[in-house]
Design a protein around this ligand. Structure first.
Ligand code: HEM
Length: 402
């Protein structure tokens, strides 16, 4: 057994995250996975953590309930970054389940809801119409990815599309990775909860928020406050919109910087489904790592992780591990195990909206590649400006031409 560096004696650990650039895998990742797949790092908050970078060990952490997501928000524990939401909201899906709302939420996240996919396709066409009317160049994030994602979430929540810009604006701060608490995060949170609470009282509200509003008349749900119901709406809008629009933007960055992959999906639309899965595997959308707190001492590879220590699951480390995905940097829509990627997490906190996330990206790519077959970056990739200190890697602008 090789001896791994010990979190308690070795100094100084490298800073994590390594890089915000979404066009290349940080050089450190392969080195770490090969030499020290459980490696101590210093987080944005200035605390120490174990960074896990091989597929098997990442999966082990996600599947083992002794590594807790909920407890990463406990007072005094090492942190990846300061919280931007109330601590109790970190265990969002756990709270939803505990409040008896899991069924309603999962129903809303089902892409098979009548008419949803057809509306998504209409939305995508309408946004391309606007892009065409404006003419190149266009910022694809601003003109397509964000309004398309935010619009889908308004549909799911059953709130007017006109609400999208206000809820969308909060996300730039809500998903920041900062060393210290952010004043604007609380201001936005309170405003969004007030806004969503008002929508509960609006007779036009339908969808998930309409269902939640109706529960207020049900004595079995008397324990639920309006604030709890509004929290479900605000967190679903936030988690869902940032994940879907972020992934879509990064899938497009990948295709526009890998023209062979773009041409393949454009010329063979039947391959867009498996293409989305492979894009989920190779994309670098997650800018940080999935955090867990060890509730007990646990042996992880060669390292005994101690109770109370922070463990960070590096999804790009797992998804590009050659032991799991041979020739991992090759975009191959025919891999037989692509869907084993960890881009939706794994274990107890596995994303509840995987089918919706996949359908959202598939329809967007079908429409964009059909309507704009020559879609290309309008600037050299080196000119893309990458957002720093954020949970997702995203280009600030994605200028395209066609
Ligand atoms: C391509 C799109 C998406 C990606 C890549 C994605 C990714 C992820 C990942 C990696 C996790 C695990 C987090 C962890 O283990 O710490 C997760 C969990 C979660 N996601 Fe998604 N997600 C997507 C779409 C969505 C959508 C559309 C929604 C809701 C509208 C959503 C809601 C959630 C929630 C509530 C959780 C927490 C689950 C729990 O704690 O049990 N996601 N997602």
């Amino acid at each position: 057994m090789t001896t791994a560096p010990d979190i308690r004696t070795e100094t100084p650990p490298p800073d994590f995250p390594f890089s915000w650039d979404g066009t290349r895998v940080p050089a450190e990742v392969e080195e770490l996975r090969a030499a020290t797949p459980v490696r101590r790092v210093r987080t944005i908050a200035g605390d120490e953590a174990w960074l896990v970078s091989s597929y098997d060990l990442c999966r082990q952490v996600l599947k083992d309930d002794r590594f807790s997501l909920k407890d990463t928000s406990a007072p005094g524990v090492p942190r990846q970054y300061a919280l931007t939401i109330p601590p109790e909201v970190v265990n969002n899906m756990g709270n939803i389940t505990g409040a008896g709302l899991r069924r309603a939420v999962l129903k809303a996240l089902n892409p098979k809801a009548p008419g949803l996919l057809a509306r998504l396709r209409e939305d995508a066409h309408r946004l391309v119409d606007l892009m065409e009317a404006e003419g190149p160049t266009v910022d694809l994030r601003d003109a397509f990815c964000e309004p398309y994602s935010a619009g889908m979430h308004c549909r799911i929540l059953g709130i007017p599309q006109t609400e999208a810009p206000a809820f969308l604006r909060s996300l730039d701060i809500a998903f920041m990775n900062s060393a210290c608490p952010i004043t604007g995060a609380k201001i936005n949170w309170d405003r969004d909860i007030t806004r969503m609470t008002a929508l509960l009282d609006d007779p036009a509200t339908h969808g998930l928020m309409g269902e939640l509003a109706a529960l207020r008349d049900d004595p079995d749900y008397a324990h639920l406050t309006d604030e709890m119901l509004a929290t479900v709406g605000v967190t679903m809008f936030g988690a869902g919109t940032i994940s879907t629009s972020g992934f879509l933007a990064m899938a497009l960055v990948y295709l526009l910087t890998h023209p062979i992959a773009r041409d393949l999906l454009r010329d063979r639309p039947d391959l867009i489904g498996p293409g989305v899965e492979e894009l989920l595997r190779v994309n670098l959308s997650i800018g940080d790592a999935l955090p867990r707190l060890a509730l007990e001492d646990v042996l992880l590879g060669d390292v005994r992780v101690r109770r109370g220590e922070l463990v960070l699951v590096l999804v790009e480390g797992a998804n590009l591990d050659p032991e799991k995905f041979p020739d991992p940097h090759r975009f191959d829509v025919h891999r037989d195990n692509t869907a084993d990627h960890l881009s939706f997490g794994g274990g107890a906190h596995y994303c509840p909206a995987t089918a919706l996330g996949r359908a959202h990206a598939r329809i967007a790519l079908e429409v964009l590649l059909e309507r704009l077959p020559d879609l290309a970056l309008a600037v050299p990739p080196s000119q893309l400006v990458w957002r720093t200190g954020f949970m997702k890697r995203i280009p600030e602008r994605l200028p395209v031409a066609w």
